[in-house]
Design a protein around this ligand. Structure first.
Ligand SMILES: CSCCC(=O)C(=O)COP(=O)(O)O
Ligand SMILES: [Mg+2]
Length: 229
């Protein structure tokens, strides 16, 4: 049965892991410390630092300790909501200055358009913040794709390997889980989505050096072009 909505992951699914790790994460590591020092009193930054302070116990006034914590999370690629929100703010400057464009695999936009033409609603669910996701698709190597998506979900609905996050997502888009198809490159995310009742497809891109597993409960494709609904 055709899904009413399709939800896609970004890193490793619509886009290369290398771009995220070698360009975006490197840029954030370089500029996030000075960004936090400079903007720590501004509302959006202060809100993230307050939230970080509450969850870690680091006093909000101790900016350098908060920065060290952010550095550690970046080093460990932790998908912490406050880090992801701050990274999104830092990446904005790089996109606006044309320092990089977000990578999107060429097979993605035509398939998204085909699904839209069939009346399917498209959404993104990524560990990157909602702002980071919108920037990503605005400044993409395939042009401005922002309007293809009806909504963007980040870890404020829950972590991507937790079943409850997919139930929250389904509730927010007001659809039963069985009417939603979720695309990702990470088995743990697909398992959580399937346990919540969503349909799943594992996008295993050979360019990422990932090998398709022999046994899995998920359908597997190498590109979006291969997806038949
Ligand atoms: C929105 S671009 C940056 C993506 C990101 O920060 C990340 O951690 C990757 O997460 P995903 O859930 O897209 O694999
Ligand atoms: Mg991914």
């Amino acid at each position: 049965m055709k899904p009413i909505a399709i939800v896609t992951d970004i890193e490793g699914t619509t886009s290369s892991i290398r771009f995220v790790k070698d360009v975006l994460f490197v840029y954030a590591e370089r500029f996030l410390p000075e960004f936090v020092r400079k903007h720590k009193e501004e509302r959006d930054v202060a809100r993230q630092l307050r939230s970080m302070s509450e969850s870690t116990g680091i006093p909000q006034k101790n900016t350098e300790a908060l920065i060290d914590q952010l550095r550690l999370w970046m080093h460990e690629d932790q998908k912490v909501t406050e880090l992801k929100a701050l990274q999104g703010m830092v990446w904005e400057r790089g996109y606006q200055r044309g320092e990089y464009q977000a990578h999107v695999y060429a097979d993605v936009p035509p398939k998204l358009q085909e699904w839209l033409d069939e009346g399917i609603n498209l959404y993104v669910y990524s560990s990157g913040s909602e702002k980071a996701q919108r920037l990503f698709f605005r400044y993409s190597s395939c042009g401005d794709l922002r309007l293809m998506f009806a909504g963007y979900f980040d870890t404020t609905i829950g972590a991507k390997q937790e079943v409850q996050s997919y139930l929250n997502l389904a509730e927010q888009i007001a659809l039963p889980p069985k009417d939603i198809l979720f695309l990702s490159d990470i088995e743990g995310e697909l398992d959580a989505a399937a346990d919540a009742g969503l349909n799943t497809i594992w996008v295993v891109r050979p360019q990422e050096g990932t090998v398709a597993p022999k046994k899995t409960r998920h359908a597997i494709v190498n590109t979006f072009s291969e997806i038949e609904l």
